[in-house]
Design a protein around this ligand. Structure first.
Ligand SMILES: Nc1ncnc2c1ncn2[C@@H]1O[C@H](COP(=O)(O)OP(=O)(O)OP(=O)(O)O)[C@@H](O)[C@H]1O
Length: 585
């Protein structure tokens, strides 16, 4: 199954703005009260703004013209009260929507991270870590900005526009209609170019994801870059990604900023029309001076919010593009479901039944492979580089599902075990063990339900009983030795030791060691061999090794190459096949 996310820069959606806005609604689930409060505040703020021109025009026509200073002061006082109410409701509006934005951000990041944890290894193989990080950090933040600032302005301004529009048409329908003509024209233009703006915004976010991917890769591989003196290569790659992001974000900026002058022009035209037509109407005795002033203020109340919406348009387009990228991850479903268990008669601890496998878009790594592993035996897997050993081991641990056939664990399809059951039965020491930041103790406890709440004494006695304490002598501060996942303070061999102790303490039925002894000195390796010998007699071991001396004790040797897993029979045969296989691969 393909888990490839869209990084081509083309937005997949061609939906209208209202449909897009509708898609934001589920993010607001459970926020009904906050939204009601914010909306109430928005309505109150708009009411105060919209009542101001009416009050001013009443003051001009009734009090200033008549020289009534008492009335003037009383109504000015009323105006002040209106302003103060507007201040209070504006503050409530900002506060409630700010909190809502942060909650949306928090929930989205949680949902994204939970989804990433549910997705199979194949998803991470097919997508760049940097792009995923950018989706979690940058894209969700675009939505936060939208909810915290832009949405409130968008709603507030929409209410103002509708209110001012209605008042303009009610106070004087002809003058009102004339004032709105430029708005109709500019909205038509907006409708025409908004698809282009959204595509430009999506491309800008996508290039930001690529840039983040470049940074993540060069930071993760910095030593290799320095060792091969390839700083120039990464500088060029980074330069290209940075340049692409610069170009795309400039284009997105130009696209969305086009609206600002356009709406400014519409506003000026609106005022000009009202002024020219209004003065004509005053001459004909159909309009008072106060009403013209009020009208001009309403034109402002109509066009200013329209202009502000134009400025937040960019934020809305970015938020929608971010939502597209986030939704793409959230819509991913793992095809590695847990299926119903159908037990079979087999008593093999693990069996491949007619298994074929290929990576997406790749050649077959395994073709119709069948074999069974007996309980308590040690198996070695050898073969040339790229022959398929790690892939076979990954299928044994269900990091991937076969493209054909099935893998049986304890007589049941491996797909019928929950991830917890599977992890309890199978220990996998990877070629490049990953340790988490913390201490050796934290890493040993990791993922082991029996040890999560164990005291230090209990852990130590468990390690003693399993004969693993001796391995910890290889660390300066024993269990308290600090581990940093990204640092090199610990040698690869030491990391493999921690991974080994971590896996051995779980007492798995099947222990897979992928090149696990490749970076350990001979003395430690002997110690490890001894400890492996101390594991319960029923533990089945699968050892992947390049060095033949590490598989001396194997009961059976499998040769993995060319899509097949073949029993080698004897060590001599294995050597022969390795020479032959290596030469033909
Ligand atoms: N994540 C992946 N995506 C696509 N192809 C892959 C992936 N991992 C391995 N392959 C390909 O599958 C084939 C088998 O690789 P695999 O790592 O299983 O070989 P191996 O025998 O373990 O090699 P080595 O001894 O070098 O570790 C190779 O051709 C490899 O390029």
């Amino acid at each position: 199954m393909s888990y490839k996310l869209n990084t081509s820069g083309a937005s997949t959606s061609t939906e209208s703005i209202w449909v897009s806005l509708g898609r934001l609604l589920p993010l607001l689930k459970g926020e009904g009260r906050v939204i009601a409060l914010a909306f109430g505040a928005i309505l109150l703020t708009s009411a105060t703004t919209l009542s101001t021109p009416l009050i001013i025009s009443h003051i001009v026509d009734s009090f200033i013209a008549a020289g009534d200073y008492r009335g003037l002061f009383t109504w000015s006082g009323l105006l002040l009260v209106v302003f103060l109410v507007g201040l209070g409701s504006g503050y409530t509006q900002t506060r409630t929507m700010g909190g809502l934005g942060r909650r949306v951000l928090f929930n989205l990041r949680n949902a994204l991270f939970t989804k990433l944890q549910e997705l199979p290894v194949g998803f991470f193989n097919q997508n760049r870590a940097g792009d995923l990080i950018s989706r979690i950090n940058n894209d969700t933040d675009k939505l936060n900005q939208f909810f915290a600032q832009a949405l409130m302005q968008f709603l507030g301004n929409s209410v103002l526009i509708v209110g001012a529009g209605i008042l303009l048409l009610t106070l004087n329908p002809r003058l009102g209609a004339a004032a709105l003509v430029p708005a109709v024209l500019v909205l038509g233009v907006t409708q025409l170019i908004s698809g282009w703006v959204k595509r430009a915004s999506f491309k800008s976010l996508q290039t930001l994801g690529s840039l983040s991917g470049e940074v993540q890769e060069s930071l993760a591989n910095f030593k290799v870059i320095v060792a091969f003196n390839r700083l120039d290569y990464f500088r060029t790659a980074f330069g290209l990604a940075n340049d692409a992001n610069y170009q795309a974000s400039t284009r997105a900026g130009v696209a969305s900023n086009l609206f600002i002058p356009l709406y400014g022009l519409a506003s000026n035209l609106g005022q000009l029309v009202v002024l020219a037509y209004g003065i004509t109407l005053i001459g004909q005795g159909e309009l008072s001076v106060g009403l013209l002033i009020g009208f001009l203020l309403y034109v402002n109340n109509f066009y200013n919010p329209l202009r502000q919406i134009a400025t937040i348009w960019a934020s809305l387009q970015l938020a929608l593009a971010g939502l597209d990228r986030i939704s793409e991850v959230l819509a991913m479903t793992s095809d590695m479901k847990v299926i119903a268990a159908v037990p079979s008669a087999s008593d093999a601890v693990l069996a491949f039944e007619d298994v074929s496998f290929h990576y997406p878009d790749g050649e077959d790594v395994l073709r119709s492979v069948s074999f069974a592993l007996e309980r308590g035996k040690t198996y070695a897997m050898i073969g040339p580089t790229g022959g398929g050993k790690t892939t076979t081991a990954s299928l044994m641990a269900r990091l991937f599902d076969p493209t054909h056939g099935r893998v049986m664990l304890d007589g049941r399809d491996i797909r019928s075990f929950t991830p917890e059951e599977r992890a309890a039965k199978i220990g996998f020491i990877l070629q490049e063990p990953f340790l988490f930041t913390g201490t050796v103790r934290d890493n040993i406890r990791y993922g082991n339900p029996a040890l999560v709440s164990a005291s230090n004494e209990e852990l130590t006695s468990r390690l003693d009983a399993a004969g693993l304490s001796r391995l910890l002598a290889r660390f300066d501060n024993g269990l308290d030795t600090a581990v940093t996942s990204s640092s090199d303070a610990m040698s690869l061999g030491q990391k493999q030791l921690v991974a080994f102790v971590r896996a051995a303490l779980r007492n798995p039925e099947l222990l897979i060691l992928d090149e696990a002894t490749a970076n350990i000195d001979t003395v430690t390796e002997q110690l490890l061999d001894e400890i492996l010998g101390q594991l319960p007699k029923t533990t089945t071991k699968v050892v992947i090794a390049h060095r033949l001396n590490t598989i001396d004790d194997a009961d059976e040797i499998f040769f993995v190459n060319g899509g097949a897993v073949t029993r080698a029979g004897s060590m001599e045969n294995a050597l022969d096949m390795l020479m032959h296989g290596a030469m033909t691969s």
